[in-house]
Design a protein around this ligand. Structure first.
Ligand code: GLN
Length: 215
């Protein structure tokens, strides 16, 4: 039960696996129902939510996620992954509906309106965390059993329930391991990197999130 899976149908998979690796957490690619054995958590990466939701149905993974969630599997959706987990999608339909949030897709505009920022999220880490938003949704409402982790300028960017974490930004595209550490702890695992070190990666090229020097 000590493994975290990364849904490997479409989207940014390798970046999540690399972050897990640097935390000392075993990560595996999840492509088919058999890959769910021994998973403590599953990351649904960013990508394109309509495409991902079709692939989830085509490969029979949607039902497996719903069943495994009932058995205690923890889930984290980043960006498109958060859209898939949402109970309500404005102007669209919900795919997994496992967290009571309402999201608005592409709420910041086009790909060219993508941006980075830095904030302190006390529930996740003491030091500021870099954030990367890429054609992100906004969470515009959360239900009563959902805790807001980050609210800014009229929208919610990160939230969690006991079983599900959602971030509309991409921690896997920053040097920080803070959110991966937070999710590993939520899954009952023991990351080998402490909180201070989870904020820094000296090998990361901070000039661009598109350059990936470690692989
Ligand atoms: N705009 C995408 C969608 O609606 C999400 C983008 C992302 O995951 N970076 O699915």
């Amino acid at each position: 039960m000590g493994t975290i899976g990364v849904l490997d149908l479409q989207g940014d998979v390798v970046e999540h696996l690399d972050h897990l690796d640097r935390l000392g957490i075993a990560g595996i690619r999840v492509k088919e129902p058999a890959d769910f054995t021994h998973l403590a958590g599953l990351i649904i990466p960013g990508g394109e939510s309509t495409c991902l939701s079709r692939l989830l149905n085509i490969f029979g993974i949607r039902e497996v996620i719903l069943q495994e969630f009932q058995r205690g599997l923890k889930l984290w959706g980043t960006c498109a992954g958060a859209i898939l987990l949402a109970g309500k999608v404005i102007g669209g339909s919900s795919c997994l509906g496992l967290i009571d949030i309402e999201v608005q897709k592409n709420a910041f505009g086009s790909q060219l309106d993508s941006f980075t920022s830095e904030v302190t999220i006390p529930r996740v880490a003491r030091q500021p965390i870099p954030l990367t938003f890429i054609r992100s949704p906004k969470i515009i409402r959360v239900g009563r059993d959902v805790d807001v982790l980050l609210r800014q300028r009229g929208y919610i960017a990160a939230a969690e329930s006991p079983g599900v974490l959602v971030t509309v930004f991409h921690p896997e595209l920053t040097p920080s391991l803070a959110f991966h550490r937070h999710f590993a702890l939520k899954c009952g695992l023991n990351p080998s990197v402490d909180e201070e070190l989870s904020m820094i990666d000296p090998t990361w090229d901070t000039r661009s999130w598109t350059r990936y020097t470690r692989l």
